[in-house]
Design a protein around this ligand. Structure first.
Ligand SMILES: Cc1cc2nc3c(=O)[nH]c(=O)nc-3n(C[C@H](O)[C@H](O)[C@H](O)COP(=O)(O)OP(=O)(O)OC[C@H]3O[C@@H](n4cnc5c(N)ncnc54)[C@H](O)[C@@H]3O)c2cc1C
Length: 294
């Protein structure tokens, strides 16, 4: 199918994009990589009257390191993140997750900001953002504000961004030496959206897991979600195969996992348990988790 007729305007700056969003209101949509918005328009699931192109805004893409944080411009393409040494070194979990998103052609266009704002419950990026404790810099007519990933994903394709705001950048704390992490997903075919995915970050204090434990799960019915009971179960303990089993079981029981065309609820919960278990097993193996020698 072809999209319904629309008008196109290229924003020259973030302020210009905000002014255009304010002017056209609910009739307008920003377009970044177009890899989610254009299919939705083709299926007539989205019918914006105005497309505001943010691709020509200088400074909206790019990766910089600042005070132990990686600042990633919202227009940064997945392929740029994949190729970035700063990402590989600073936030290896993100690098580990990226090849699971779609295919190379889509990763050449799709942007980190587009995926976060689209907030597909099956997408990998929101899962990684929750596990990595990311913060989002938003700008609108009344100025800038920061929202933690924990407070941003509200429901199926629903986020805390206002209709006249632009996601400008994503800030992610760089991985600490005492941190281990893992990502795992199950999809029917390579490149498909996940039926279930999990990202974990565990910080260690000596041989024990500290209270910094993050388990995020995706492929759910509403939104990517943290498995907080499973996180609490791990805090302060030694990571053993039995504890991994228990945490995976707890996580799969606590998150929202409804039935849909792709999976029954029971099947999805079983997939979640497996993905959490595998992500924790990766984290348990220091070599694959951090690149460091055991
Ligand atoms: C065949 C196919 C397979 C795919 N498989 C996967 C997959 O396995 N996993 C996965 O996660 N994704 C997958 N995708 C989606 C892909 O990752 C998209 O690139 C991503 O979801 C959206 O990024 P985008 O830059 O293309 O955003 P767009 O499509 O341009 O925009 C998406 C939404 O975000 C809004 N938006 C974009 N940028 C901003 C901003 N800076 N501020 C505020 N709002 C903004 C837009 O208005 C729109 O509502 C697939 C897509 C295709 C076509």
């Amino acid at each position: 199918m072809k999209p319904a007729p629309f008008q196109y305007v290229a924003a020259k700056s973030v302020d210009d994009a905000i002014a255009l969003l304010s002017k056209y209101g609910a009739d307008a949509k920003l377009i970044a990589g177009g890899q989610s918005l254009v299919p939705m328009m083709n299926f007539r699931l989205a019918r914006p009257e105005w497309l505001i192109d943010i691709n020509r805004i200088d400074g909206l893409a790019g990766i910089t390191q600042q005070n132990g944080m990686l600042r990633i411009g919202s227009l940064t393409r997945y392929s740029e993140l994949e190729a970035s040494e700063a990402v590989q070194r600073g936030v290896p979990l993100l690098r580990q997750m990226l090849p699971h998103i779609a295919h190379e052609a889509i990763r050449n266009r799709g942007t980190i900001g587009g995926s976060i704002c689209h907030a597909d419950p099956a997408a990998e990026m929101p899962v990684a953002m929750l596990a990595l404790d990311a913060t989002f810099e938003l700008r609108g007519p009344s100025g800038a504000r920061r929202v933690a990933a924990d407070d941003f994903f509200l429901g199926q394709m629903t986020t805390g961004i206002e209709a006249d705001e632009v996601l400008v950048a994503i800030k992610i704390p760089e991985t600490k030496n005492d941190e281990r992490h893992g990502f795992s997903e199950f999809a029917r075919r390579r490149g498909d959206f996940a039926l279930a995915s999990a990202a974990v970050v565990l910080r260690f204090n000596g041989g024990m897991i500290s209270d910094h434990v993050r388990i995020a799960v995706g492929g759910l019915s509403e939104r990517a979600e943290r498995a907080r009971k499973a996180e609490a179960l791990l805090a302060g303990k030694t990571l053993t195969p039995t504890l991994i089993e228990e945490a995976a079981h707890t996580a799969s029981g606590e998150v929202q996992a409804g039935q849909d065309l792709h999976a029954t609820e029971a099947y999805r919960r079983s997939l979640i348990a497996t993905q959490v278990k595998q992500a924790l097993a990766v984290a348990a193996d220091r070599t694959s988790s951090t690149g460091a020698k055991k």
